[in-house]
Structure formats: C-alpha cells, structure tokens
Design a binder for this molecule. Structure first.
Ligand code: PAF
Length: 274
C-alpha cells in the first residue's frame, strides 16, 4: 500500500487510474471500515482510503483533541484489507488557509436529528467530503449506514453538484451483542460497554413494533427513550422517519428508526431500516 500525505503526491499517483473507489475515514479503524475497503475493491481500478480528523465537523465542546489518532495500526489494517493507496494529509495540507468556502447543506435535511444536537456538523462533513472526493478523483465512494443522515446528505450534495461519483452505503457492522461498531466505542468503560447494546435493542424493539403494524410512532419513540433513560442513559432523540430524506413519514414510505443517546460522556448513534 502506498501512503501519501500531500495532494500533489496523491494526484501524481492517481494519474495511471481511471476509477478510484474511495473510503473516507477519520482513522482509528475498526472492522466496519475494513468491510468498506473490501467492498470498494471490485468497484474501481484503485482502492483508496483517506484518514483525516476533520476539525470543521467538531463542535467546540466535542472530542477533536482527544479523538484517537492511530495511524500506524490503521495502515497495517488497511494493507491487510487490500487498500492500494492511503491519503493521510495533515491539517496544514488540507486546510492551508482557513476554509472560507464551505458547503452549507439543505437545512431541511441537515438541521434536525444530528444537526439539531451538533450544529455545524453536516456543514463540516460536506465541506471535507467535497474536498476529499475532489482530491482523490473518486468515481465511487463508500460510507457506512451507521451515519444514516450523513450518507443521505452526501448523496444529495453529490447529486446537486453533479459530481461524477457514485455514493454507496454499506450496512452497519455490529458486535455480537448488536452494538454498532464505532471509533467512539473505545471511550466506553467495561461497565458501560456491557450495556452499550441497549441503544440497538431499543431501536430494534421500536422497529419490531412498526413491523407488527403499530402506527403510534410518537408513543413508540417515547417508549424507546424511556427504556434508555431508565437504564441511566441520556437520549437526544429516537425518531421514526422515512428512509428517503429522514422527514416525518407518510403512509407507505419505507421507514428507518434513528437514535442518539449519551452513556456517561460518550454519545452513541445507531439506526435500523424497517
Ligand atoms: O464518517 C466519518 O468518518 C466522517 O464524517 C467523514 C465522512 C470521513 C468525514 O470526515
């Protein structure tokens, strides 16, 4: 696997390829990221991963400084998964000047759910993803469905800017007890880890009730939030939405149940398509 840290070196290396398939990440990789890399392999003539902890998508009270940076271990894992090229720019390389041009996503998609609790998050994500897709000349780009709203917003961005890239969503990788894999799971104490799958179980119960024909969505959402609260969590939201744009559903829409909750100081998110 070739590792490049500058846009110039990346461009030089990309010259020989026509269809880079790209997996953008913030590093601290887990099995979910590696599944994305393996899924990228047959989609292009070069499998590219990016590692960049993007300051623009972290709020002032969030974990930018403490976000785990594990480049050496990440490289070994990427190589084993068959990645051909890693682009791991420094902050000075990707943002040589303050990033004055930014991508402001449609508020109808970005100002609720995650956007309500993490103001500016999707603007930071869209800005860096646009830049990473441009740098890597991605023709396919893969993202995990755990960040459901992120995936949706990136799809809309790429469509609205007519970018020549297919956005591919990949199923969430889960631990044996159902917990969605996430770099932030590493923040959990052993005791918290033991009950971390409750978020998934609460969403699963909600999804099962909808599948069984229940239509009182607000009540189901409240029940799931109550389950979490009773176990000492602080839920931000549990929401049953339509899959296409995470808006309030109309009868017949394919649905997804999304949730975010804090366990101690760790904020976990998850979702299930119904
Ligand atoms: O999902 C992530 O890891 C990040 O939000 C992304 C897409 C790599 C942008 O920094």
């Amino acid at each position: 696997m070739r590792i490049v840290h500058t846009v110039a070196d990346l461009r030089q290396h990309l010259r020989a390829f026509r269809h880079p398939a790209v997996v953008p990440t913030m590093g601290n990789l887990h099995a979910g990221h590696l599944a994305l890399v393996r899924a990228a392999k047959p989609l292009g003539d070069l499998t590219v991963a990016t590692i960049f902890v993007n300051r623009l998508q972290f709020g002032p009270k969030e974990d930018f400084d403490s976000y785990p940076r594990t480049l050496q271990a990440d490289c070994a894992q990427l190589e084993a998964a068959g990645c051909d090229l890693l682009f791991a720019p420094s902050e000075a390389e990707l943002y040589p000047q303050p990033q004055a041009f930014t991508v402001r996503p449609d508020p109808a998609l970005a100002d609720m759910l995650e956007g309500q609790y993490r103001p500016g998050f999707f603007q930071g994500v869209c800005t860096v993803v646009l830049k990473l897709l441009a740098c890597t000349q991605a023709r396919s780009a893969l993202f995990g469905k755990k960040d459901y709203q992120q995936l949706l917003i990136i799809r809309h961005m790429v469509r609205q800017f007519a970018m020549p890239v297919d956005i591919i969503g990949h199923d969430t990788h889960r631990e044996a007890d159902g917990l969605a894999m996430s770099s932030r799971n590493g923040y959990l104490s052993a005791e918290q880890r033991a009950q971390a799958a409750l978020l998934w179980r609460a969403l699963h119960a909600c999804a099962q009730s909808v599948r069984a024909g229940q239509t009182g969505f607000i009540e189901l959402e409240n029940q799931a939030m109550q389950t979490l609260r009773s176990a000492g969590w602080t839920p931000d939201y549990v929401a049953i939405r339509r899959q296409s744009d995470v808006q309030a559903p109309q009868p017949g829409n394919p649905l997804v149940v999304l949730g975010a909750a804090r366990l101690g100081s760790t904020r976990l998110i998850d979702n299930l398509e119904i």
